[in-house]
Design a binder for this molecule. Structure first.
Ligand SMILES: [Cu+2]
Length: 173
């Protein structure tokens, strides 16, 4: 992966250098009337700009509508208090059902921690800061059964790596 990225980078740099050299070689101090070319260029630029704006608006709308942090709550969410402290998690309930929405109310007892929830496939599902004096609410709708892991995502001292917990998600009503 790293090697491919390096090769692609060098290739792209080479292409830019060739294009640059070509332009420098072709440039001169000839006096010519460029007005038709300029007019054409401005026309292309205007339409290109409008097309890019349209694409930008469409892509933004398409990707922001299912905004992951504001996952819609279908019906009731169950509140679960979470307190982070050096170096463990105090989680009111360590189980949930598939399809259930849990509202984790996350705070910290000492220093800043990071509450991160990883799914059974080790992909991050949701995360929020755990801060003393604040309660951050994180709505999570569990979509697949299995063992979810809570890891601390904010370096909080020598045993930061040991700040883990498990949440069991099971199928059923
Ligand atoms: Cu921590």
């Amino acid at each position: 992966m790293q090697t491919s990225v390096l090769l692609i980078t060098f290739l792209a740099m080479g292409l830019v250098a060739v294009a640059f050299g070509y332009v420098v070689k072709r440039s001169g101090t000839r006096d010519e009337d460029y007005s038709t070319i300029t007019r054409q260029g401005y026309l292309i630029r205007r339409w290109w700009m409008l097309a890019l704006c349209a694409v930008g608006v469409l892509v933004s709308a398409w990707t922001l509508i299912p905004f992951p942090l504001q996952a819609a709550i279908n019906g009731e969410a169950r509140s679960v208090d979470v307190v982070a402290k050096q170096w463990s998690w105090e989680i009111e309930s360590r189980s949930a059902r598939v399809g259930e929405t849990v509202r984790y109310r996350v705070t910290a007892a000492d220093v800043n921690h990071g509450f991160a929830l990883y799914g059974p496939d080790d992909q991050i599902v949701a995360q929020t800061q755990a801060m003393p004096g604040y309660v951050n609410e994180l709505n999570v709708t569990f979509e697949q059964p299995g063992v979810y892991r809570v890891l601390c995502l904010e370096y909080c001292g020598v045993a930061h790596h040991a700040m883990t917990a498990e949440i069991n998600v099971t199928e059923g009503p």
